[in-house]
Design a protein around this ligand. Structure first.
Ligand code: 13P
Ligand code: SF4
Length: 312
């Protein structure tokens, strides 16, 4: 039996739900029950009846699922699948920052550890960050963490001048620079441009849109699932995609008549690619690695996630 059939058979026998992020390897996406962005995966984890969830993504995502549904068993095939962005802030650093702004509301990206989430008022993802910040009274200071490019984008979209932003970045998206954008779009004059708000080019792209530099070209700043939906519904035939290249597999599969071109071939997250079919199979067989969060941290972190899930 090939590895894919073995995974599908065992997952059925053991009644396991497999969730996979849009950046996972094609062979891993192919065995998943649901493939999506951070928000979609959190929602799936929160609403499923399955007792065991095998999470194909990075550690903070599996941890978020474990927080959202403590009665379920959450497994990750490789505990070393981390996130360079989540690593830019720890709970001590956040507590210190909060003590300097005692009246501020703290909004943290889902790309954070459970200890950091336990210190937040609100959690957010790339698809709802603007709405989460909009839900906070305008006169309240906001501490936004840890991604500075997403933070600048949110500040611009909400017109806030009382938002303080942590200087964190994701090494993959920070590497997608505005020079790359200009060169690529000069070559591809008819392509639509889809950009993830974690990219370092986002601020200059927003500035260029406001200045009219893109003319009639369609430019969209979207989460990974937002990109999937947009690509499906748009009548255009060619798209330049500025995010991790794993998303291209699903885009091409769902839209065989359209062309998707990565803004950078180097935008590959080595942590996401640590999850392989072999590790997924081992995880199913041995029910490893169980992601657990201490109850006192989970109870606090859960509140920030619940508040996020309540806002669309
Ligand atoms: P999305 O929530 O848009 O899927 O992004 C998650 C992530 O890690 C981006 O690098
Ligand atoms: Fe983290 Fe960046 Fe990888 Fe997303 S792409 S999981 S933000 S390191």
């Amino acid at each position: 039996m090939d590895i894919k059939s073995e995974i599908l058979k065992l997952k059925k026998e053991k009644d396991v739900l497999i969730l996979a992020h849009n950046y996972q390897l094609p062979e891993v996406q192919d065995v998943a029950d649901y493939v999506g962005d951070s928000l979609g995966l959190s929602r799936q984890a929160a609403t499923t009846d399955y007792k065991t969830i095998l999470f194909c993504g990075v550690h903070f995502m599996a941890e978020t699922a474990a927080l959202t549904c403590p009665e379920k068993k959450v497994l990750i095939p490789d505990l070393a699948a981390g996130c360079s962005l989540a690593d830019t802030i720890n709970a001590d650093e956040l507590r210190k920052w909060k003590s300097e702004h005692p009246e501020a509301i703290t909004v943290g990206y889902v790309n954070t550890s459970a200890e950091v989430k336990a210190e937040l008022d609100y959690c957010c993802t790339s698809s709802n960050a603007v709405n989460v910040v909009k839900a906070i009274p305008e006169d309240k200071e906001v501490l936004f963490l840890p991604d500075m490019f997403l933070g600048s984008y949110v500040a611009k979209m909400t017109n806030r001048d009382n938002m303080f932003i942590w200087a964190g970045e994701c090494h993959v998206h920070a590497g997608i620079k505005s020079q790359d954008v200009q060169e690529k779009l000069r070559e591809l004059v008819n392509a639509e441009f889809l950009v993830h708000p974690e990219c370092s080019c986002t601020s200059s792209v927003m500035y260029d849109i406001a200045s009219g530099d893109y003319g009639t070209r369609q430019v969209q700043v979207l989460s990974t699932e937002g990109m999937m939906k947009y690509a499906k519904n748009s009548p255009s035939k060619q798209f330049v995609v500025a995010t991790e290249t794993g998303i291209l597999y699903r885009m091409r599969q769902q839209n065989p008549d359209k062309q998707f071109i990565p803004m950078s071939e180097n935008a590959v997250c080595k942590y996401m690619k640590m999850i392989t079919p072999e590790k997924v199979l081992a995880s199913l067989k041995e029910e490893k690695y169980h992601v657990k969060v201490p109850k006192h941290i989970a109870d606090k972190a859960h509140l920030a996630i619940e508040r996020m899930l309540a806002i669309n």
